[in-house]
Write a protein of this length. Structure first.
Length: 294
């Protein structure tokens, strides 16, 4: 069955703030799924905690809303036991690069076969504006009234250093471009990261859509070599920014930083995971008797 974008909506209307970058990311993912022609039964989604995690109510897909920072462990377990399934993980910057950072690093180095989409708004939006691991250096937030002292986490550099095989950055202000990044990530075999600058219009008054529009440029419009991990790492270091970052001094590349096909995945090296540890139930599944017992 061919799906349309609207078929991936539940009856729940998104509750994200008007103008939030999450709306654009939701739209881009649905467009990518339609373009790929994926049926709802061939993939599953996993969310962590944060504004992005509310998306579990809005996507009409099979999925699981995990604890804070813990979207990756159940996703990895699911992928290991369901070799017939593709897996999409959505996480926030506070969620995935904070509490969940250890899971992220180890998934990169295992080259787990899944796609991770990071909603990187550089702030804790759901909990009303505290500094997150990717908040700009010196930015004042409700939890850092004198400014953030630490340097922000570099998700692209981290994924490159730890062995992920597809690493890209998107911007929620460009849905067609983001859609194509998703299509590439979703069809990549191995660990694919799409870190998306997703402005939080309510709590981050610095890194706005306008701020990014003045700074982003597309790697795919340049002669960028996506096979050079060292060069990609150097590029990832150029985009740290702070309050003095002008459009001229701080240019933000978006697109595919690095892609390596054919790198062994953890699943391929785990023979037990090659065979499904389940038997398909007959469809449609009638779970009413089970529910009565519960
Ligand atoms: Fe989006 Fe920020 Fe509102 Fe959360 S608080 S829904 S991230 S704009």
């Amino acid at each position: 069955m061919g799906y349309e974008v609207k078929d991936f909506n539940t009856a729940n209307r998104p509750t994200w703030c008007p103008g939030c970058g999450n709306h654009a990311m939701f739209e881009a993912l649905k467009r990518a799924l339609v373009e790929l022609g994926w049926s709802k039964e061939e993939f599953a989604m996993f969310w962590g905690i944060g504004c992005h995690g509310n998306g579990s109510d809005f996507h009409d897909v099979q999925g699981f809303h995990a604890l804070h920072g813990r979207s990756l462990p159940p996703a990895i377990a699911y992928r290991l036991t369901r070799p017939d399934q593709r897996v999409i993980v959505e996480m926030g910057d506070g969620d995935g690069y904070g509490l969940g950072l250890g899971h992220f690093v180890h998934a990169c180095r295992r080259n787990d076969d899944l796609t991770v989409i990071a909603h990187n708004n550089q702030i804790y939006g759901l909990t009303t504006g505290q500094a997150s691991p990717t908040t700009d250096h010196l930015m004042k937030t409700v939890s850092t009234p004198s400014g953030v002292l630490e340097q922000p986490i570099n998700p692209i550099g981290l994924a490159l250093a730890e062995g992920a095989s597809f690493i890209a950055r998107g911007f929620a202000g460009d849905i067609p471009h983001l859609t194509q990044l998703y299509v590439q990530a979703l069809t990549h075999k191995g660990f694919a990261l799409v870190d998306v600058f997703q402005p939080c219009v309510t709590w981050n008054k610095l890194n706005t859509f306008g701020w990014f529009r003045e700074r982003v440029y597309k790697l795919d419009e340049m002669d960028w070599d996506t096979s050079d991990r060292s060069k990609a790492f150097d590029l990832s270091l150029t985009t740290f920014h702070d309050l003095t970052c002008t459009p001229e001094s701080c240019r933000v590349p978006i697109g595919v930083f690095y892609c390596e096909e054919g790198q062994p995945t953890y699943e391929e090296a785990t023979p037990a995971s090659q065979e499904p540890g389940f038997v398909h139930a007959e469809k449609p599944r009638d779970v009413s008797e089970l529910m009565m017992r519960l």
